[in-house]
Design a protein around this ligand. Structure first.
Ligand SMILES: Nc1ncnc2c1ncn2[C@@H]1O[C@H](COP(=O)(O)OP(=O)(O)OP(=O)(O)O)[C@@H](O)[C@H]1O
Ligand code: SF4
Ligand SMILES: [Mg+2]
Length: 382
C-alpha cells in the first residue's frame, strides 16, 4: 500500500524574469516499508523534490502544481495529550481523500510542522556538518524529541536518545560528547538517530554517504537497511551515485533536468536500463559487483532549468537522438520485455517506465551505449 503518491509535481524557484523549473511534472509513489532511490547528476532537482515534501524549500521556491498524497495517520489528529483534535478532522477544507490520504502540497505552515519529524524526517544533504558544535550530541537528540513530543519527561527523552545512539552503533555514553569528538561516520549515524527520534513513517536521506569513505558508506547503508526492516519505515534516499542506489533500493527513479527519465523496480532499472541517460550514468560509475574495464562519462553538461524548452531534456547529450526528440519531452512509456507494440504510455509509477521515444529499440541502444565512441560521437555532432 502506498505511503506517498506524488502526482505531476512541478516546483520552481523565482529568480526574476524566468523561473528555475527545478522539478517538472514528476510522478512516483512509495510503499510502506520501501526504500525508494532518487538518482541523477548534480542540479537535476533531487534535493528540491525531497525538501518540497515537507515544505522546506528555500524562500524563493514554490510548488507550482501537483499533488503529494500521504497516508492519513498524521499527528494533526492529536493534541499534546494524544487526544484527537476534532476541530481539524471536521474541517471540510482539510485536504483528505476518501481513502484517508492527505495532500501534503495543500497543508499550511502549522499543519506541515506537525508532519515534519513525526511523520517525515529529513536527513539533509551535508547533515553531519550541521550538528551543533556547542551542544552535546545526546542533548541535540533530546531537544528534537521534546520539540515534537513536549509531554515526554526529560529523563525518558534522555534515555531514548541513548537507546537511539546505541541502535545506530554508537556507545550510549558518547551521548555526552560533542560533535567534534565524533568521526565523520559517527556524526552521520548520530544524525540518522536524531531523524528516527520520533519514529517517523518516512525518512528522507539526502546524499547520506557522500563525503564518507567506501567502508563507512557501506556501514551507513547497512544501518539504513536495518532500520527500514526493524521499524518498517519507508526511506527516500537521494544520491548522485547509481551504484550506491543499486545496493539498497527497492525502487529507483533516475532524474535529469527536473524530470524522471526512468523509474521502476531497482533490478529492472539497473540491469535492464531502458533510457539513454540511465545507460550513460551507469557507464560513469564503478559498479560494486560487476567487472567494468573503464568508466565513460557523458559528454556535455545538464540543460539550463531556466524556462526550459519543450524537447526531450536529454536531447543535447543523447547519442540516439531522432527528429521526434525535438518535438516535446517524451511521456513515460512502459518497458516490457519482448512484446510487440510495447510503446504504450504507462500510468503505474511502480512499474518499469522510461521517458524515451526509442523505447522499441532498447537492445540496440544498450549495446551501443556500452561503447565509448558512441558518446564521443555526441560531442562531435554538437
Ligand atoms: N534557492 C534557489 N534559487 C534558485 N535556484 C535554485 C535554488 N535552489 C536550487 N536551485 C536550482 O534548482 C536546480 C535543482 O537544485 P537541487 O539542489 O534540487 O539539485 P540536486 O539534484 O539536489 O543537486 P546536487 O546533487 O548538487 O545536490 C538547480 O539548477 C539549482 O541550481
Ligand atoms: S527521447 Fe530521444 S533524446 Fe530523449 S533520451 Fe530518448 S533518444 Fe535520447
Ligand atoms: Mg542535492
Amino acid at each position: 500500500m502506498s505511503l506517498l503518491e506524488v502526482n505531476d509535481l512541478s516546483i520552481r524557484y523565482d529568480v526574476g524574469d524566468d523561473d528555475v523549473h527545478a522539478v517538472d511534472g514528476v510522478t512516483f509513489s512509495i510503499d510502506r516499508g520501501e526504500t525508494y532511490g532518487l538518482v541523477g547528476e548534480s542540479g537535476c532537482g533531487k534535493t528540491t523534490l525531497a525538501k518540497s515534501l515537507i515544505h522546506l524549500l528555500d524562500s524563493n521556491g514554490y510548488i507550482e502544481s501537483g499533488e503529494m498524497w500521504f497516508d492519513g495517520t498524521l499527528p494533526r489528529w492529536e493534541n499534546e495529550r494524544g487526544e484527537p483534535r476534532r476541530e481539524i478532522i471536521d474541517d471540510d477544507q482539510y485536504p483528505v481523500r476518501e481513502d484517508g490520504m492527505t495532500d501534503l502540497a495543500q497543508l499550511d505552515d502549522e499543519q506541515i510542522r506537525d508532519v515534519r519529524w513525526r511523520n517525515i524526517a529529513l536527513i539533509p544533504q551535508s547533515a553531519m556538518n550541521a550538528l551543533n558544535p556547542v551542544y552535546k550530541v545526546g542533548d541535540q537528540i533530546v531537544e528534537a524529541i521534546l520539540r515534537h513530543e513536549p509531554h515526554t519527561p526529560r529523563e525518558e527523552a534522555d534515555q531514548r536518545a541513548r537507546d537511539l545512539l546505541e541502535r545506530v552503533g554508537i556507545e550510549p555514553d558518547r551521548a555526552d560528547d560533542y560533535a567534534h569528538e565524533y568521526s565523520g561516520g559517527m556524526k552521520q549515524r548520530a544524525v540518522i538517530a536524531m531523524a528516527m527520534a520520533c519514529s517517523p513513517d518516512m525518512l528522507i536521506a539526502d546524499e547520506p554517504t557522500t563525503a564518507l569513505d567506501v567502508i563507512i558508506q557501506d556501514r551507513i547503508l547497512d544501518e539504513l537497511d536495518e532500520l527500514q526492516e526493524e521499524f518498517n519505515v519507508s526511506i527516500l534516499v537521494v544520491s548522485h551515485d547509481i551504484s550506491v542506489m543499486a545496493e539498497i533500493c527497492d525502487q529507483l527513479a533516475v532524474m535529469y533536468g527536473g524530470k524522471i527519465m526512468e523509474s521502476g523496480p531497482k533490478k529492472e532499472v539497473f540491469q535492464q536500463s531502458a533510457n539513454p541517460y540511465t545507460l550513460g550514468l551507469k557507464n560513469s560509475f564503478p559498479t560494486v559487483k560487476e567487472e567494468q574495464s573503464e568508466l565513460v562519462s557523458i559528454p556535455g553538461s545538464p540543460p539550463t532549468l531556466l524556462d526550459p524548452t519543450d524537447k526531450c531534456r536529454f536531447v543535447d547529450r543523447c547519442p540516439f537522438v531522432v527528429e521526434e526528440c525535438h518535438s516535446s519531452h517524451p511521456p513515460m512509456y512502459g518497458v516490457s520485455s519482448g512484446e510487440t507494440g510495447r510503446r504504450a504510455e504507462a500510468d503505474d509509477p511502480q512499474t518499469h517506465r522510461t521517458a524515451c521515444y526509442r523505447v522499441d529499440e532498447l537492445e540496440t541502444m544498450r549495446t551501443e551505449a556500452g561503447k565509448e565512441e558512441t558518446w564521443q560521437a555526441t560531442t562531435q555532432n554538437r
